[in-house]
Design a protein around this ligand. Sequence first.
Ligand code: PGA
Length: 244
Amino acid sequence: MTYIFGNWKMYLTLEESLSLAQSLADMSVPDGVQACVFPSMIAMHSVQESLAGSGCGVGVQHVAWTPRGAYTGEISAFIAKEAGSAYALVGHSERRHIFGETNDDVRKKLEACMESGLAAVLCIGETHEDKAQDKRTYRLKKQLMKALHGLSQDAPLLIAYEPVWAISGSGGGEACLPADVQDIHGWIRTEVAQYTDKDIPILYGGSVNQGNAASYIACDDVSGLLVGSASTHADSFAKIVAST
Ligand code: PGA
């Protein structure tokens, strides 16, 4: 299975989200590809209704770590799943670096997904500073260990490797070379094998577009892509999906 996921971040209004969903409803999704988009919380349910029956699923960009209660402003994994979400991003670098989510928060959110049966996409990635200081694998090792050690895997788990320096908008927007992605994904696969005997899909994200998508998908250890800004245009997302 190849996963092509589109993270719409906070790029689109409700109206723009619905119009994009309508364009994606007819998108052709090749066999063996799982396409999914991650709209804003406001748009998620309507986008899910508009994509129902298409080859494209819907997920949420983050979840709270507790199922329900007095938590103003939060939406739980349990509620997201009930509203039609198939996946949740957990620990995206923008949550970690802009909103201060720690490895402990990420762990609690992963546990909440597992308990609710919501498939989780654990996002990991080093900053430009980590890389400059030769701390790339140190950072990834720590993020993986905190997230996965002793985690009971009651729902599907995927990993998205997104170097912060490669993300457009919030990061450096400097695309990671496919050979580099392959090396790191191979390393991540070995690292993850310490924590689970399941075959965990590893997606790449960071400045993926219709021009470079196929070069990442061609790498042995890349199971899919997490696309940000290029997923907010029907034409480029459909081309990325078709390039698998
Ligand atoms: P980008 O974002 O494709 O715009 O770089 C990727 C992500 O942050 O998931």
